[in-house]
Design a protein around this ligand. Structure first.
Ligand code: CMX
Length: 433
């Protein structure tokens, strides 16, 4: 496998770099922890390492050092399509450099070989109550795949630590290969009378998802590829990435780790924000009978804040400017749906909300994040069931978190175990202050 060969060539140098830092410079102080951080969600504490992506507060995400526009431009694309192969992005995340078309296609081929979902997974999904949230189904489907884990099997048989990454790579390829089918199955089960559309082996990962969703507009395959690429990774500290890292640090396999991550993604302050954002935008349109004026938007935003709620899709724990993932979606919308009323409403929101949040004075970042527009684009193509959106976020997020897991095992990262203190101990720290 091309991917495995390249990783095998890369790993020794990275192992040596991290080994040296830990063994020879283990006492170097990198960061200090403040009281407000201990009591404030560990915000900003530098305590994780990943070379796969980095979020600069002002520039936004870089994947392996490259900005979103660069990634979208440089990754190989199918024919004349606007958006690249997701397999190419996965190569970039895993290996660290832009793939050739052959390399991108080699990942797509690996996915095709492994895409078949065991029948029992569909049975598990069918057994849920009709009103179960799609994220509940998604996390359950991933967990139902756990008996497939090669890592768990090899570990039980006695696997050397230096070899952990190899069956982990096999597992992450097998898992990610199946996620578009699982997600589309959940969609069809919940909203389309359970009529499943079989995958087309001639299509790439992103296009196959679009096909299995049953969306007729051919442009939807480009949106799917864009969506998955944009949602793939955002450093290691966000809830879904950190959960994967934490759970897999116990040497739980990727099925356990990723299904736990999806439970975190289902939270309203994380992945569920895209669903809430859509409800919010639709609420504005309903209240004012269409695209609101700037003044009406302002009033609606203040009503939300005054009732003690957050404005979904705005703010971020790290970013301090408009999220470049928002910008990429904004450009896609400008090109494909400039007159779509929901997009126009989202545009008015963009022109009004940052000022409102600044006046409100609480949010450190008044600018839109990735979730502010993602649902609007889906609505345009007829995927109107907004409680499904977090599942798509999860499919995309699998790429970054699984790439990180392969590297965590390759670099021999240990089980994670921060130390806790008591409130009295914190009070002791301020005794003389
Ligand atoms: N609307 C209203 N108030 C907001 C706000 C928003 N969009 N964003 C932040 N604030 C408030 C916070 O609730 C907090 O208030 P309290 O002090 O009363 O608790 C205060 O501003 C300071 O928060 P912050 O330091 O700026 O932001 P955090 O790092 O604590 O939280 C986030 C970040 C994303 C959870 C927050 O901005 C938020 O709730 N946004 C809306 C939900 C959302 O869009 N989430 C998606 C994020 C992207 C993702 O992970 O998918």
């Amino acid at each position: 496998m091309l991917l495995k060969e390249r990783l095998a060539a890369e790993i020794p140098e990275w192992r040596e770099r991290q080994r040296k830092l830990a063994k020879e410079y283990g006492d170097v102080v990198v960061d200090q922890v403040h009281m407000r951080q201990i009591l404030g969600g560990l915000r900003g504490v530098k305590a994780l390492v990943t070379d796969i992506s980095y979020v600069d507060p002002y520039e936004g995400i870089r994947f392996r050092g490259h900005t979103i526009p660069e990634v979208l431009e440089k990754l190989p694309k199918p024919g004349k399509d606007d958006m690249p192969y997701v397999g190419g992005l996965y190569w970039l995340l895993l290996v660290g450099d832009f793939p050739t078309e052959e390399e991108a296609l080699s990942v797509e081929e690996e996915w095709k070989k492994r895409m078949e979902v065991p029948a029992h997974v569909f049975e598990v999904l069918k057994s849920f109550p009709k009103d179960a949230h799609p994220m509940t189904l998604f996390a359950a489907a991933v967990l139902a795949l756990q008996p497939e884990s090669l890592f768990a099997k090899k570990y039980k048989e006695g696997l050397k630590k230096t070899d952990f990454w190899d069956p982990m790579l096999e597992d992450v390829l097998s898992l990610t290969a199946k996620l578009p089918s699982i997600a589309a199955y959940i969609y069809r089960l919940k909203y389309k009378d359970g009529k499943f559309i079989e995958p087309d082996p001639n299509l790439d990962w992103g296009a196959n998802f679009a096909h299995m969703m049953g969306v007729e507009n051919p442009e939807y395959k480009n949106l799917s590829r864009l969506y998955f690429i944009l949602h793939s990774d955002h450093e290691s500290g966000n809830v879904s990435a950190h959960t994967t890292y934490l759970v897999s640090s116990a040497l739980s396999d990727i099925y356990y780790s990723f299904s736990a991550a999806m439970d975190g993604l289902a939270g309203p302050l994380h992945g569920l924000a895209n669903q809430n954002c859509l409800y919010w935008l639709k609420g504005v349109m309903e209240k004012f009978g269409g695209v609101p004026t700037h003044e009406q938007m302002r009033q609606y935003a203040w009503d939300t804040l005054n009732s003690g709620q957050v404005i979904p899709g705005y703010g971020h724990a790290v970013l301090r400017r408009t999220d470049p993932r928002y910008k990429a979606q904004f450009e896609f919308a400008l090109k494909h749906m400039p007159d779509f009323p929901l997009f126009q409403t989202a545009k008015v929101a963009y022109e009004v909300i940052p000022e409102v949040l600044k006046e409100h004075g609480k949010a450190k970042n008044p600018w839109p994040n990735v979730d502010a527009l993602s649902g609007t684009l889906q609505q345009y193509y007829g995927v109107t069931e907004s409680d499904f959106y977090t599942v798509m976020f999860g499919v995309g997020r699998s790429l970054g978190v699984t790439a990180n897991t392969v590297w965590a095992r390759a670099l021999g990262h240990p089980i994670e175990r921060p130390k806790s203190v008591t409130t009295a101990m914190l009070e002791e720290e301020i005794k003389d202050k």
